[in-house]
Design a protein around this ligand. Sequence first.
Ligand code: FES
Ligand SMILES: [Fe+2]
Length: 426
Amino acid sequence: MSDLALHPEALVSEDGVHREIYRDPGVFALEMDRIFKRTWVFMAHESELTSNGDYLTSRIGTDPVVLVRGEDGVVRVLVNRCRHRAAIVCEQPAGNAKSFRCQYHGWTYRNDGQLVGVPYPERQAPAVRERLGLTALPRVESYRGLIFASFNPDVPPLTEHLGPGVIDYIDRFLDQCLGLPLVAHPQVHRIAMEANWKLQLENGMDGYHAGFTHRSFFDVMQRRTGASVRYASSLPTATARAFRNGHCAIDPETTSRKPLVTRVKTLPEATERLESLRREVGEDEYEGYLAGLPGAGINVGIFPNLQLIGIHIRRIEPLSVDRTVVSVRPLLIDGGPEDVNWLRLRYHELFYGPAGFGQPDDFEMFERVGTGLDDSSDEWLRFERGRGEEQPGDDGDTLLGNVTDETPQRCQYRQWIALMAPASGA
Ligand code: FES
Ligand SMILES: [Fe+2]
């Protein structure tokens, strides 16, 4: 382990972080152990696993896992590692299976992890089947369809870990279209980036950058709508919020989603689709659906790897100190009018995904940060904006700043240091 990893408390101050938290492989290894193996990690939305036998392969930190709904209907998270000599037992990203057979020497595991087949058993030590099932994670819980898992048997119950402040925001996100149930789109954008995972962690809750990094998006929207289009950075009602345990939110449109709906209306075919929707659902419901087209208009961050933004679920998957996969999965209205889901997807694609107007700009910035990090003349990055000016929220669970404040980033690094250096007293 590097010297830096031995002293993570030296890498975070009250209003900034040292560049080595993005660069040092020892720090990365410690994060996988102390963050991703100690706390709740987001896995998937339950609509990705509707039938018994449905599975997804994934990772918790860098540990390969399979998330699978067993024949008893229970969702388990199993370590994707054969108990014989460590080959992964499931190599497909998703599917349906009653069992997983390791291709190396043919050991077969039922989809609840039980070892049920060992070739040539007469040469095998007794009771191997009882002893060597796939390792199941001790804790799997969900909140309103969001499934989390933990390697840590002693982690507090999920809802306690989340807390009322961020739960209120999760609810707002999930109730974004007339409170109708949401289902995950079967397809996902998976974007690999040459950058440390925490750059996405910070950026998804960054209300400061939008007007600059995404200037071209706002310019185009302004041309299309004929109205002045800006990010809500100057509104005093636009807030950044820090909750417990590193969770946070930015809330730029506290009173209205109208500016977002105006942008949806500029999409090709929008006029025809909206007219068809109005005819289908009637005037009263039409307004409600309209408000739900662009999503809830908030960004919600659950430390360390989940972000709820627009209409999508974003999962951050660290691969190595300088390589990360970001997966972006849109949510559709379950059984909703086809025009609603069509418009939601087209608006989502306008900004997000590899061909979107906005998200690639963020990745470009991450790579520029990576280049700047090579400089050693100044080793610190600063998150001091708005520090000392935040106000406590009414609920006792929230710290409130302006939407452009670095309140969320300070909140995330308080949790980072609490997990990485629990004895430091930070
Ligand atoms: S490593 Fe899986 S059966 Fe040998
Ligand atoms: Fe961005």
